[in-house]
Design a protein around this ligand. Sequence first.
Ligand code: HSE
Length: 426
Amino acid sequence: MKTINIGLIGFGTIGSGLVRALKENKNLLAERTGLRFVIRRICDKDISSPREVKVKRGILTRNSEDILSDPRIDIVVELIGGTRPALDYILRALQNKKPVVTANKSLLAEKGEIIFNTAYKNKVKIGFEASVAGGIPIIRSLREGFVANRIKGLYGIINGTTNYILSQMSEKKISFNQALREAKEKGYAEKNSKLDISGIDSAHKLAILARFAFNSICPWKRIYREGIEKITPLDIEYGEELGYCLKLLAIAKLKNGGLELRVHPALLPTSHPLSSIQGAYNGIYLTGDLIGETLFYGKGAGANPTASSVIADIVSIAEGKGEALNWMKAVKNRKINDIGELRTKYYFRFMALDKPGVLARIAASLGKHGISILSCIQKEREKKVVPVVMLTHWAKGSSVQAVLKEIDRLSVIKEKTVVIRVEESE
Ligand code: HSE
């Protein structure tokens, strides 16, 4: 049986998970592929702390060159995360004609072009299925299963931490901070949880997905982004009363010849398939000209789902498939649509004085800017300042910005108005 020798860089939780999964499912993999997968070397800064799996001491090294320059290594797996030194390792492996498998989402979002160009130039495969949505084979599906489709739209819940936070806020009526604390305790959040809650992690993953869904260069910094830091249980509750579920969505669409790329909290009709994605799970909803609608659901993080995708890439490469090189280069430089041009329905929560004429003043401003009210809720409260919740018909982003500037200056409005897009099909 042919042996595939793997050099693993990064022996943390994810790296150890890969070693364990390869050990535990060794026979199954051999049966299915006719190949034997062996971790020949492991490189890490720390080679003395105990790990959850036992490996022979002799295979551990602190020197990445023991992997990158070893002619016996067939595939390099990078699982250290971060930009540096991961970028140097990956480029060096590719230049040495060694195929690479990585789960490094932020690196691919930041430096994808140089990595893919180096892979293409050196005619070496690179697998990165685990970089987006953990164990869900979304990249392989875009590349292979849906290769014949023009993808129309991609909607993703691709950050488990924020989905967990929003689900907890909805279910237990707890505050954002309390839900964030729980997400951290459960180990869902990144070391720097700002990456999750500000939408950066979702934007990184969206840049990778959109590149392959639309064959376009998608600089992640040009993705419009809002986080969930300002979401309150009150808005989740009003949203639910109106028939919506609040999610942090990552959206990519081809629209008017350009690419619409955005990450922000959105109210989704409860009947939408993504509304059922709860807790730390991920979901991706795609529409294509041939497939129509399709939905992926699964774990977006953790050692086992990541190992599942990393091994799938290793097997693909070992079987001579892997990331088809033409995909690396087949990208266009499309226009990225301005968020001000985007038209959606909107949810507004005004904090207004409860006195005659207030609603009329808000409605007059909206009318002046061509924004039509769909529904309005104001509940009886014993306070002077009360929430007035409105849903609008389809409105242009730039008109909404302009009207809110005006409304928030009114003396009867006592707090900055909460604005959430409502995501419905046109
Ligand atoms: N912090 C990420 C998440 C981990 O919550 O989804 C997986 O990329």
